[in-house]
Design a protein around this ligand. Sequence first.
Ligand code: BEZ
Length: 211
Amino acid sequence: MATIRLGDVAPNFTADTSQGEINFHEWLGDSWGVLFSHPADYTPVCTTELGTTAKYKDEFDKRNVKVAALSVDGVESHKGWIVDINETQHTTVNFPIIADEDGKVANLYDMIHPNANSKLTVRSLFIIAPDKTVKLIITYPASTGRNFDEILRVIDSLQLTAYQKVATPANWQAGDDCVIVPAVSNEEADKLFPKGYKEVKPYLRMTPQPN
Ligand code: BEZ
């Protein structure tokens, strides 16, 4: 079992999926990635999560993000369940579901939390940048489905802050004002942020979203 921390390179692996075998890093290519586990196929919350993910394809595509799901079920199970997801969630699953029957990938990413469940993956989610480093890790219990609007919101923040010297405040949504990072002096801020900024406190400077 490995511990993955922010900034680490996402472990690479080869695995069978509902769309054929993938080498994870090669499959990601130059895209951002979301890798997320669910406890098991043919379960209710997971069915809604994977259906929601499929419906958000355009949003992920707009952001140059590839998505892969994972559980410790096999390919045939995934393929059968996809039929149900498509039917019940009124969508078409359009991303690979990794078949991790031996738990190899789950162990690499520490997705099995034995005190929650000794065999099944929890709801882990990793956002991976094009340089393959891990930018976000969240873990939800089996009982709580994830909020995929929040995943898109975080991707927007990560993609903005990767290129601009800003950070995004609490409850920020794309288009809202941002904060200027503390390492930027006021002199530099004058040059970097031509839309101007408001100094609420020397350490709290708000500026319109710069891009
Ligand atoms: C679900 O996806 O609904 C689920 C999976 C495992 C335990 C509880 C709920």
